[in-house]
Design a protein around this ligand. Sequence first.
Ligand code: ADP
Length: 200
Amino acid sequence: LLQDPSLTDAERREYIDRILEGTGRLSTLVSNILMLSKLDNGALPAKRDTFRLDEQIRQALLLLEPRWSEKRLELDVELDSVQYTGVEALCMQLWTNLIGNAVKFSPKGGTVRVLLRDRDARIVVTVADEGEGMSSETQRHIFEKFYQGDTSHATEGNGLGLALVKRALEMMDCTVAVQSAPGEGTTFAVTIPAEEREMT
Ligand code: ADP
């Protein structure tokens, strides 16, 4: 279509936008599949680095900026300064998937809250949205591969994000808790045990 010389500028822009959107989705799908199959094969990247968790979360927020600014979301971000030793790419997947979902399931103009707390010898990261929430039946399945809930924007995802989050958390000895109800938003809380991080 783009090769058609009679296209108007507006049409050309629209087609390019669609292509960009499609390639963006494909690239997320491919990177989720690759990372998940690596984890399933026990091929956890061995290299551990010491890095700042708060900086990494800021980076994830920045990466997702086009999506949250398009929806005019309010971001409420409070991050303690935390040093952590682990597999950086794996950890980044957690934040992009959890915050990406919070953005995706938020209503326009809603608030997404991201907290990083370093308390009582453990680190807790909370990602909360004011979206449509989930029934307890949906919550039972969200960590399964390819599962998408009833209210899911199926065309915007592939049902692999949370399966990946779960596997990554298992490998990192971390836990995740979900708090949600239909119409009442969703909160994911990731707890990282003290021995998994390096004291600052
Ligand atoms: P998807 O690609 O569909 O987002 P995920 O594995 O990331 O796949 O999530 C699985 C399902 O969990 C989603 O389809 C949706 O039904 C539900 N879900 C995940 N995060 C949220 C959220 N923040 N609010 C409401 N539902 C959610």
